[in-house]
Design a protein around this ligand. Structure first.
Ligand code: SAM
Length: 337
């Protein structure tokens, strides 16, 4: 139960924590290598929150009503000893759910350690099954085989797995049906994510978005889909079930059907900046508070007062016009996807 609400009555319930701004992929729509090249300045190690600092913050957020934490990045599995952090988070009383979002390139090796650390489930990002296309998207020649092996290993050790696919017009929209068929066959949940205008690097505009409506029309020609009710306030995916099965498919419709009114999420970037929205341009420096000797009570008061003032609803207000005049937005790889 959340103890604080913002200006629109939205409770603080989930927290995304980015553990690194580095990634071993250079997805063309997220970290294009022309921008994130050899000379790109990633965060120096001493600017990253330590595991102890993340644990401390997580405990404080739980006291404010957070019951769900998702680790992300960058690529979270690049953070050394990540299972140690998971163990620390699993031990926090009141933290009911811990998730991890990953490109799965290292899952084949790390899945057993993640499971042993107490993790229950993982979200894997995979934008295509076609190997050539996938390699051209990740721009680092990582094969679909490697990701699919990672997924299999993760299931084998007993972790839950959902797959997320960002759909961008002209990039991978022809993979919508093959992905659905493959993961339906595997009885795994697949979620399609509308391409969003995060950051400044991805050349976003409305014409590159494939809306849920368009995807749903394609899928409906091949499958009989039944709607599934949301299971909690703030659930981001619109869920459907393949009729006669327990296998689900979902849509994350941040562009065509925004969900700001039920957004209960806060974010901490890898350097400890606290953000209210994926589309924010400024964050509050929690690391500085932690490192300047503030007590837990002081940190808690700062977080609460920031959340109480929160009045953003970026996606609700998004139009062709507003996207042209926005303030500088931070990159997804920095704030954490
Ligand atoms: N490296 C991890 C991964 O691949 O899942 C976690 C970080 S990544 C930034 C998280 C998710 O954000 C991925 O599924 C990625 O495809 C998605 N993403 C990145 N840029 C996006 C955009 N412009 N619109 C929608 N999703 C995006």
């Amino acid at each position: 139960m959340s103890l604080i609400t913002d200006q629109f009555g939205r409770p603080l319930q989930d927290l995304r924590i980015s553990v690194t701004d580095r990634c071993n992929f250079r997805c063309t729509y997220c970290m294009p290598k022309e921008i994130f090249g050899r000379d790109y300045q990633f965060m120096p190690k001493n600017q990253l929150l330590s595991f102890e600092e993340i644990e401390r913050l997580a405990k404080i957020f739980v006291q404010l009503g957070v019951n769900k934490v998702r680790l992300t990045g960058g690529e979270p599995l690049l953070r050394r000893d990540l299972p140690v952090l998971i163990e620390k988070l699993v031990a926090i009383r009141g933290l009911e759910d811990i998730g991890l979002t990953t490109n799965a390139s290292l899952l084949e090796y790390l899945a057993p350690q993640l499971k042993n650390a107490g993790l229950k489930r993982v979200n894997v990002s995979l934008d295509a099954l076609d190997n050539e296309l996938f390699q051209s998207i990740n721009d680092r020649s990582v094969s679909t085989e490697r990701v699919l092996k990672g997924i299999e290993k993760t299931k084998e050790v007993g972790l839950g797995v959902k797959v997320n696919m960002v759909v961008k017009k002209g990039m991978n929209d022809h993979e919508i049906i093959p992905m659905a068929k493959y993961f339906k066959e595997k009885e795994m949940t697949l979620r399609y994510i509308e391409f969003m205008d995060v950051g400044e690097s991805n050349g976003w505009d409305f014409t590159k978005v494939v809306t849920k409506k368009e995807m749903f029309e394609q899928l409906s020609k091949q499958f009989d889909l039944e709607p599934v009710d949301p299971s909690y306030l703030g659930e981001v995916a619109k869920r459907y079930r393949y009729a006669g099965t327990n296998t689900e498919v979902g849509f994350i419709t941040s562009v065509s059907e925004s969900f700001c009114s039920t957004c209960t999420r806060a974010r901490i970037a890898a350097d400890g900046k606290f953000y209210m929205c994926l589309f924010a341009s400024d964050g509050f420096d929690l690391k500085q508070l932690l490192r300047s000797g503030s007590t837990d009570e002081e940190v808690k008061r700062s977080i609460a007062s920031i959340w109480k003032k929160r009045d953003d609803r970026y996606s609700d207000l998004r139009t062709e016009e507003t996207t042209k005049h926005n303030k500088k937005k931070i990159e997804m790889s920095y704030i954490g996807g």
